[in-house]
Write a protein that binds this ligand. Structure first.
Ligand SMILES: C[S@@+](CC[C@H](N)C(=O)[O-])C[C@H]1O[C@@H](n2cnc3c(N)ncnc32)[C@H](O)[C@@H]1O
Length: 427
């Protein structure tokens, strides 16, 4: 609410325009993270302090894109010849329906922003459409909720696949994808237990729920600089579902461990907090690997970091087998759409075949690096079976020396994102 009071006036039309540009960039295939970072940089020079407001809108418009499009088509049955104005209208509808921004400011500033497109000839239309939206706000929202596509705010193919994969849970999964994600912390096991850190949070005026010995969920997200001891490595931000990886690996002091897709290093840090292991953190992306180093520095932990392709062990392996391998492979990221609402619009059904091939090539190559009696954890943040259970079945059919010691599909919900884990043991 505060943000909206502060960013009235001409600043709002600039934020709206940047949000519309971000939407255009995502429609063109850019990630929200990249497009937002660029826009925030431009905005910072114009209107310092408005970055949070832009982020709220950009995330919100992508989160509710189907519903907003449905409303727009209800108000203007045919798409406007000026897509930039259409996007401004989606941004304004988001503000009117989902935020507490002052309606008059939203309408006036959208009209001002529209003045910069097509010689201003849509100003009148924008004004009329938004005033109409305001008048019909409640009935419009209710009607959108009754439309099967607008209601779920995911592409139709995504809804169809989930319905097949989870005949009981597909609606809960879709609804979870449209929520605001919780901010969950992992308390550094080497320092203290989650319950002790919860007491520090309480002293700092921050409410939380303890999830287990090392995990707690904040009642409200806060900037990390407000977390006691964050800079000193007392705590890290990590979803509870992601925290299960290191626990499942059955780590013990002295083991030689490969984190094959390590960046940005959330699970790397957790593994090193749990045991004194000799860890190699590998990632194909050298720039992302830098984030692993930063995270480990903050935590006061160390690992050998290597930029290489996990599917090509000849480029990095010294020939000594690993006792444990974490294969947190690249995937559709369909389990974390509430953190990255662009994902549901960027993915295409045809992506899965390529992803599945890459995942299989990677785990096949990594399996050869595992010691006899060693264990490999296959992990994805996906909820689609072709990247998870089906990948496991096909892996087991190719490797007679592999047994699965347990797999689990975590579906996104109030306490965690969607993850899949399969623990594979080598004979
Ligand atoms: C799901 S993310 C890993 C998240 C990380 N384990 C964590 O917990 O912070 C997947 C990572 O795999 C990396 N990657 C993709 N293809 C790879 C390959 N062929 N070899 C090694 N890393 C790869 C990506 O750069 C990305 O950082």
């Amino acid at each position: 609410m505060r943000r909206w009071l502060v960013f009235f006036g001409s600043c709002m039309s600039s934020i709206q325009q940047h949000a519309a540009d971000i939407l255009a960039a995502v429609e063109d295939g850019r990630t929200l993270t990249d497009a937002l970072a660029d826009a925030q940089q431009r905005l910072a020079t114009e209107h310092a302090g408005s970055r949070g407001a832009l982020q709220d809108i950009a995330y919100g418009v992508l989160r509710y894109r189907s519903e907003l499009l449905w409303m727009l088509r209800h108000l203007v049955p045919r798409a406007l010849p000026e897509p930039a104005v259409e996007r401004l209208l989606l941004v304004a509808l988001y503000q009117l329906v989902h935020t507490r921004a002052a309606a008059y400011a939203v309408v006036n500033e959208t009209v001002n922003a529209a003045a910069h497109h097509a010689g201003g000839r849509f100003k009148g239309l924008v004004n009329g459409v938004l005033r109409n939206a305001l008048r019909q706000k409640e009935t419009l929202a209710e009607a959108a909720h009754n439309d099967p596509l607008a209601r779920w705010n995911h592409p139709q193919w995504w809804v169809d696949r989930l319905r097949v994969a989870y005949p009981q849970d597909w609606q809960t999964v879709l609804a979870a994808g449209n929520t605001h994600p919780p901010m969950t912390l992992r308390v550094n096991h080497r320092h203290e237990a989650a319950a002790d850190y919860a007491a520090r949070l309480a002293q700092a005026g921050l409410e939380c729920t303890v999830l287990d010995g090392q995990a707690l969920m904040l009642a409200r997200p806060v900037p990390v600089k407000e977390l006691p001891g964050f800079a000193d490595g007392l705590v890290s931000v990590q979803d509870w579902g992601a925290q299960q990886a290191a626990h499942r690996l059955q780590l013990a002091d002295g083991q030689r461990v490969l984190d094959a897709c390590a960046a940005p290093g959330g699970k790397t840090g957790h593994m090193l907090e749990l045991a004194d292991i000799e860890l190699t953190a590998l990632d194909i992306d050298a720039a992302r690997l830098e984030r692993v180093r930063e995270n480990l520095n903050r935590l006061g932990l160390s690992a050998l970091t290597v930029a290489a392709d996990a599917a090509r062990p000849d480029s990095f392996w010294d020939g000594r087998p690993y006792d444990r391998i974490l294969a947190d492979v690249p995937c559709s990221a369909s389990g974390v759409v509430r953190r990255h609402p662009d994902i549901k619009w960027l993915r295409r059904p045809e992506d899965f075949a390529l992803l599945a091939r890459q995942q299989a090539a990677m785990v096949d190559a990594l399996w050869g690096l595992l010691a006899s009696g060693g264990k490999m954890l296959y992990a994805t943040c996906s909820i689609f079976p072709e990247e998870n259970r089906r990948q496991l079945d096909s892996f087991l059919s190719r490797h007679a020396d592999a047994t699965c010691e347990g797999d689990e599909q975590l579906l996104p919900g109030p306490r965690h994102d969607g993850f899949y884990y399969a623990l594979l043991a080598k004979a």
